[in-house]
Design a protein around this ligand. Structure first.
Ligand code: NAP
Length: 296
């Protein structure tokens, strides 16, 4: 099957393409391939010329802190133009041509005041990045049977793209790992919870969801809720580094001068489990990351 997509050169997209290209052929529309998704005409040319039945729309303005300072610009902010308006255009063009759209939403859709969240829970995003992503997701939901949204959380993988040259495209695991390897301290909240997601599992889930022409929202997240402090410890243990470099702080202290984040972003993944999709715990995912990196 032919898949066309935006953001397929990003942290998540590039790994999805690595894994699924045995089965699907991919056409990548990104800045690197000369397509700016904020340019509607450019999108229209691509979508109308494509024979793909699915558009994997992964491109986004993903800088959470950068988005927050644009908040006062509202609909004129880059975050809105990329995350909402471009999504709106993709949805509109796909509706006309009868294509499916797959969109990736974030666990930041929730305010983090509840202990856990299912797909039925109503989003209440706090920061500007999260608000624009949630608005984008609403546009895709409006596609009905042709709109599929997966929510992921803190995706990680082996050897993230551009690790050395483009630090923005690395994952939180390799940011922490680089500090530990450089003998630098990590201070991370011990009273925050999230469900880090192994990107290889996202690829398997997407394969299944596409094969059954799924629509609506699915939480495609890891099977272990951990605090950022615990993830630091697990990464240190996995790579035989000094766990004592990882020190706890509180959620309130850590996020004092940062964009808002949910304190308890424990998304439940029962809905995909019922489809036979299993997701790694953070500890077992890290073992896979290390194994794959040793094989390189
Ligand atoms: N990473 C996370 O922690 C996380 C968590 C939850 C959800 N998500 C969602 O998952 C998806 C993938 O995230 P990621 O971490 O893989 O992102 P990423 O590494 O930052 O990559 C973003 C991608 O978007 C493309 N892009 C940005 N602006 C564009 C524009 N104007 N026109 C065309 N392409 C544009 C970039 O293209 P170039 O490479 O050409 O610049 C890049 O391929 C996003 O929708 C994100 O919101 C991410």
């Amino acid at each position: 099957m032919n898949i066309a997509g935006t953001g397929l050169s990003g942290l998540v997209g590039s790994r999805i393409v690595d894994i699924l290209s045995k089965k699907y052929s991919f056409e990548n529309w990104s800045l690197e391939t000369g397509v700016d998704i904020t340019d509607k005409q450019s999108l229209e040319n691509c979508i109308n010329a494509s024979s793909a039945s699915w558009i994997f729309h992964f491109a986004a303005y993903t800088d959470v802190q950068g988005a927050e300072v644009q908040k006062s610009q509202g609909l004129e902010s880059i975050a809105w133009k990329v995350n909402v308006r471009a999504t709106e255009h993709i949805v509109e063009l796909c509706q006309k041509s009868g294509k499916h759209v797959l969109y990736i939403d974030t666990d930041y859709a929730f305010d983090g005041n509840k202990k856990s969240y299912s797909e039925e829970d109503t989003p209440n995003p706090q920061g500007w990045y999260a608000q624009t992503k949630t608005e984008g997701a609403k546009r895709v939901v409006a596609l009905g049977t042709k709109g599929l949204i997966i929510r992921i959380s803190n995706p990680y993988r082996a050897s993230p793209v551009g690790q050395a040259t483009q630090p923005g495209k690395t994952d939180f695991v390799h940011k922490m790992l680089a500090r530990l390897q450089g003998n630098q301290k990590i201070i991370a909240p011990s009273d925050q919870l999230f469900v880090p997601t192994f990107i290889d599992d996202i690829a398997q889930a997407i394969d299944k969801l596409v094969s059954i022409e799924a629509n609506g929202i699915y939480h495609v997240v890891g099977s272990q809720a951990v605090s950022p402090y615990e993830t630091g410890k697990i990464i240190a243990r996995t790579y035989g580094l000094d766990e004592a470099l990882v020190a706890p702080t509180t959620f309130a202290q850590y996020f004092k001068d940062r964009a808002p984040a949910p304190q308890y972003a424990v998304l439940k993944n029962d809905k995909i489990h019922r489809l036979g999709i299993s997701m790694h715990t953070f500890e077992s995912g890290m073992q896979q990351v290390k194994k794959q990196e040793l094989q390189k």
